[in-house]
Design a protein around this ligand. Sequence first.
Ligand code: PSU
Ligand code: MN
Length: 308
Amino acid sequence: MTRTVSPLLPMEYSQEVAAAKARNAPIVALESTIITHGMPYPGNLEMARSVEAIIRAEGAIPATIAVVNGVLKIGLENAELEALSKTEGAMKLSRADLAFAIAERRTGATTVAATMIAAARAGIRVFATGGIGGVHRKAEESFDISADLDELARTSVIVVCAGAKAILDIPKTLEVLETRGVPVVTYDSAKFPAFWSRDSGLPSPLTLNSPAAIANFQLVRDQLGVDGGMLIANPVPEENEIPREEMEIYINRALDNAERDEIIGKEVTPYLLDTLFRLTDGRSLATNIALVENNARLAAEIAVALAD
Ligand code: PSU
Ligand code: MN
């Protein structure tokens, strides 16, 4: 499906991404909410830089996506990345408000949903992140279901993550993905991973064991005319894992705090992530960085395989 887009959209490629597009090189998109709302400074900047370096080492080009003063950036120059990592009060942008930030010349970080929209618009097919948003625990009362899930259903980008955080209701998250026709493929394991831990206790709907097999699956979806995204779950490396039982104690405390402080809407996820970093004394941050790096590597391999 092709869409007509305004030639006036203020969208800019970084020098590196523009060059990669010109020679049809593999590109991996990266989100920026993880930088502004997902991790504290300076760990966020270290993570963002090392993830970009890993993608380059695998033979692909990184494109960190954000809105800076109303310009949709596809790839950030070094100084822009550093500035964003220190920005306080950046908007957290999803499908509902990505265009708002551009129209109103604001600065904002893109969530998984908004990054997918921008990546598709820029012709980038693969995207690496840490964890996706999903169905929150007690969603039957709060109705809190991330727009990431709907975006996965409608926008044709491959999203590589480490599963879903147990701050979410993982069974309900998988149910919604199934209903909306999103393939959930765990890399090299039959178990769906839960971010800090390699096993959520749930089987993975699908499993594939190589980047080439993932690229081939996507090719067949294209040939069939099945659009929409695909979720690749990449289990955190064993040496960086934090056991599920241990995290559950902290998660319950973070959820209690969120309820007590009456946190709602898009504040919920950043609040929970921040509380968990503090409760685990930064240990969850080290794991978080390791798993994003691991996802960047796999995403780059998939992008290279798709280009072949
Ligand atoms: N989950 C994580 N880390 C993150 C996020 C989610 O483990 O950084 C961020 C991502 O940008 C994701 C967004 O797209 O939070 C989801 O927010 P919400 O639940 O408000 O849709
Ligand atoms: Mn939400």
